[in-house]
Design a protein around this ligand. Structure first.
Ligand SMILES: [Zn+2]
Length: 158
């Protein structure tokens, strides 16, 4: 499987560095926004009758010979970033269910872990009314722009 990665605008929050990943063999595509949590996927449908045998995947086809494509969309409810000291990089999660208080409490509890750098971690919630993300814990920095490898630099100064 080979993929082509790129960045593009998020359809939900207009963040310009959402991840676009295309599988060049199957032409399946994923869109993931690390800011608002929005997701979108175009995938081929596996044929349940022939399924996967001998290491080959059989996809369902239309009568005209074109593959059947399933299109899924996940509304984003926010995202979080935990900066793991031992990994030296952030662990990012996209939230695709409404954010409840206990999810934020879970995040705040994670910040107590000495292996988590609380100063570099944040929790964002999508605000339907303003159509923007709001930082409810920590200070937001752009993971994609700053980049995990470059993130030895204080994002406040970049
Ligand atoms: Zn977004």
């Amino acid at each position: 499987m080979s993929t082509v990665n790129g960045n593009g605008e998020c359809p939900q929050c207009a963040y310009e560095s959402a991840y676009y990943v295309t599988d060049t063999a199957t032409l399946e595509m994923d869109v993931d926004c690390l800011v608002c949590g929005y997701g979108e996927r175009w995938s081929r449908v596996i044929d349940r009758q022939t399924g996967t045998n001998n290491g080959c995947i059989h996809f369902k086809m239309r009568k005209d010979g074109y593959p059947i494509i399933r299109h899924q969309v996940w509304k984003g409810y926010g995202s979080y970033c935990l900066f793991i000291r031992s990994d030296g990089r952030p662990q990012v999660g996209m939230l695709r269910k409404p954010v409840r208080e206990r999810r934020i409490a879970w995040f705040k509890d994670k910040l107590k872990d000495p292996n988590v750098d609380a100063d570099r971690s944040y929790f964002l919630v999508w605000d339907e009314e303003t159509q923007q993300t709001r930082c409810v814990v920590g200070t937001f920095y752009d993971v994609v722009r700053v980049g995990p490898s470059l993130y030895g630099v204080d994002p406040q100064k970049t």
